[in-house]
Design a protein around this ligand. Structure first.
Ligand SMILES: Nc1nc2c(ncn2[C@@H]2O[C@H](COP(=O)(O)OP(=O)(O)OP(=O)(O)O)[C@@H](O)[C@H]2O)c(=O)[nH]1
Ligand SMILES: O=C([O-])CC(=O)C(=O)O
Ligand SMILES: [Mn+2]
Length: 649
């Protein structure tokens, strides 16, 4: 078995030699499915090299067909990995090993020759939070300790996929190798996957994605829930220069569906920097006013902070219409007309299940009535999915009394008997649905437009229980970039954090930053300059709490009222805004509050001086400690000005 290190340099070799090597290397590894010789030569070489390294039982080249997916589902059901949810058509439940339920930020690295290409020059003794660096040497050691022979006894699936509409000007192709058939099924929903990709790819380069659950056969540990994984040895490593991703030990979405966070954010933001565009953790939505005018906005909130919900909101104000383009990732590029255009590189939703209901997000509910996979949710005795937030509608749907509901037999995400009111949770807080985007009733007709949709506003936000008003608008693009760099939010279950501490999550990209964050901010500043028509930048907070810890704002469908105000500002309406130290806020009475009961406007919109004075101190400390000399000077100037304004409040 060759070591990984000997495979590290990936030059553009002479293919006559390569073909020979390929034939030789595949001699002992059977092809389970597909025609190896019809793969583009670069793909052949990639597959052969990695097969040689990981030694799978055979190679399975995915064609992306329905038949293929059905065959895989049948096998997984037979093995007990998936359980059909009998109440729906083609919906399945998957329970993972309970140790493998979220992204693992502490094991996620960028591998670059120069340390400061990945991380900022933080002062001695400070632990950087904006990305983790690993040296090439260390990476070689880590690979050698994991990948040789890691697919022993398992098939290696070859997944050709496109992020973005196939062949589109902003789209990019990747090939994922994986030993997880769950990953194959989810990649089929989350990306455009299959043979057509290879035809488009031809001899071009692609992003190389290597994933293994990290449990070669024969397996010596106990496998829990038929979910092989290797939590002690998890590693999610990226080589941005080589456009390569190595993921080991976890089958959970954010760690294993390599098209998503690893490619479409961490690798893509590097490509975007090189090619003059941006890869962001943002939803994209179209909003049509009662007058029939449609505008598009993109919004960046940290994980589990409301992107999916906002993107699909059902407006509570009559006459408004919202349509979703994307719910998690945006690739955006300024066009020849100076406007910013965005595509959704994904093809499905990998959304947070708990809290999703017909009341909060009916359009998400409609999206996953069929052809969907539910990971770590609970199941009722009637073969329905269940999670926290569905109690009321289940009761109503079944005509249950409160007592009936408590007696309903439920199997929780751990596979144990559970009843409403019992201790613990029915579903894991980061349980997720995987559903085809095309099934959403309000998917935008242009959601697959290869050139994207024009963005008129960018919105940042997070869970801020204190101090931060419902909405405010930046004074300029530069000020907006500073606001983005200071995004903070309460921790959620999307990664390994516990508790509710408010953490910095600049641009909602902390876990997904692919290079030096200061340079990323400079990239933003550069792109916002003329002749580009930079969109206006806003900040929202649906999560402000009253002194008795209740949300001050109803959120969800009522968020349309805030979007309405934002679009008024985009249209240049002046008399709806009031200037404050931190930005423009809505004048009292300028937000449509019709039919909205009991909102404490004063508390919701207040900008407490003491809070902001403290926050300024903390913000400066944060930027100095975490971005330091890499923070563009313009942003230090913006910070000075903000501080002055807050002092003068
Ligand atoms: N109070 C309140 N909660 C909300 C609102 N919008 C979303 N939430 C809750 O926030 C949680 C996560 O929301 P999502 O929309 O799935 O988060 P996301 O940003 O798409 O998350 P990722 O997929 O992890 O990137 C759910 O439990 C929602 O119920 C809102 O307007 N108000
Ligand atoms: O990556 C995931 O697992 C899901 C997601 O969108 C996030 O965490 O932001
Ligand atoms: Mn996300």
């Amino acid at each position: 078995m060759s070591s990984c290190r000997s495979l590290l340099p990936l030059g553009k070799d002479d293919f006559s030699v390569v073909t020979e090597v390929v034939t030789h290397r595949l001699n002992h590894i059977p092809i389970f499915k597909g025609d190896f010789s019809s793969l583009p030569p670069k793909v052949q070489r990639f597959v052969a090299e990695k097969a040689e390294l990981m030694n799978p039982a055979g190679i399975y080249i995915c064609d992306g067909s329905q038949k293929e997916a059905d065959d895989i589902v049948d096998k997984l059901v037979e093995r007990g990995v998936l359980t059909p949810l009998k109440a729906y058509e083609n919906n399945y439940l998957c329970r993972t090993d309970p140790r493998d339920v979220a992204r693992v930020e502490s094991k996620t690295f960028m591998v670059t020759k120069e340390k400061y290409d990945t991380v900022c020059r933080v002062p001695e003794g400070v632990k950087g939070i904006m990305g983790q660096w690993m040296s090439e040497e260390q990476f070689g050691v880590e690979l050698d300790a994991r990948f040789p022979g890691c697919m022993n006894g398992r098939p290696m699936y070859v997944i050709p996929f496109s992020m973005g509409p196939i062949g589109g000007p902003l789209s990019k192709i990747g090939i994922e190798l994986t030993d997880s058939s769950y990953v194959v099924l989810c990649m089929r929903t989350m990306t455009r996957m299959g043979t057509a990709i290879l035809d488009t790819l031809g001899d071009d380069d692609f992003v190389r994605c290597i994933h293994s659950v990290g449990l070669p056969r024969p397996v010596r540990q106990k496998v829990i829930n038929h979910w092989p994984c290797n939590p002690e040895k998890v590693l999610i490593a990226h080589r941005p220069k080589e456009r390569e991703i190595w993921s080991f030990g976890s089958g959970y979405g954010g760690n294993s569906l390599l098209g998503k966070k690893c490619f479409a954010l961490r690798i893509a933001c590097n490509i975007g920097r090189d090619e003059g565009w941006m890869a962001e953790h943002m939803l994209i939505m179209g909003i049509t006013s009662p007058e029939g005018k449609e505008r598009f906005v993109a919004a960046a909130f940290p994980s589990a902070c409301g992107k999916t919900n906002l993107a699909m909101l059902e407006p509570t104000v009559p006459g408004w219409k919202v349509r979703v383009v994307g719910d998690d990732i945006a690739w955006m590029k300024f066009g020849a007309d100076g406007r910013l255009y965005a595509i959704n590189p994904e093809a499905g939703f990998f959304g947070v299940a708990p809290g999703t209901s017909h009341k909060t997000n009916p359009m998400a509910m409609e999206s996953f009535q069929k052809n969907s996979i539910f990971t770590n949710v609970a199941e009722t005795v009637d073969g329905e999915y269940f999670w926290e937030g569905l109690e009321k509608e289940l009761k109503e749907k079944k005509g249950y009394t409160e007592e009936d509901l408590k007696h309903l037999e439920i199997t929780n995400w751990l596979g144990e008997r559970w009843h409403v009111g019992d201790e613990g949770k029915a579903a894991h807080p980061n349980s997720r649905f995987t559903a085809p985007a095309g099934q959403c009733p309000i998917i935008h007709p242009d959601w697959e437009a290869p050139e994207g949709v024009p963005i008129d506003a960018i919105i940042f936000g997070g869970r801020r229980p204190e101090g931060v008003p419902l909405v405010y608008e930046s004074f300029s693009w530069q000020h907006g970039v500073l606001i983005g760099s200071l995004v903070k939010s309460e921790a959620t279950a999307a990664a390994e954090y516990t508790g509710k501490q408010v953490m910095h999550d600049p641009m909602a990209m902390r876990p997904f930053m692919g290079y030096n964050f200061g340079r990323y901010l400079q990239h933003w500043l550069d792109l916002g300059k003329a002749p580009h028509l930079a969109p206006k930048i806003f900040h929202v907070n649906w999560f402000r709490e009253s002194s008795d810890h209740k949300f001050l704002w109803p959120g969800f469908g009522d968020n349309i009222r805030v979007l309405d105000w934002i679009l008024k500002r985009v249209d240049g309406m002046e008399d709806v805004a009031e200037k404050t130290a931190i930005g423009y806020i809505p004048k009292r009475g300028s937000l449509n509050m019709t039919d909205l009961p009991r909102v404490n406007w004063g508390e919701l919109m207040s900008i407490p001086k003491d809070y902001w004075k403290e926050d300024m101190v903390e913000s400066r400390q944060f930027l100095e400690a975490q971005v330091g000399p890499d923070l563009p000077k313009v942003l230090y100037d913006e910070l000075d000005q903000l501080e002055e304004r807050v002092k003068a409040m």
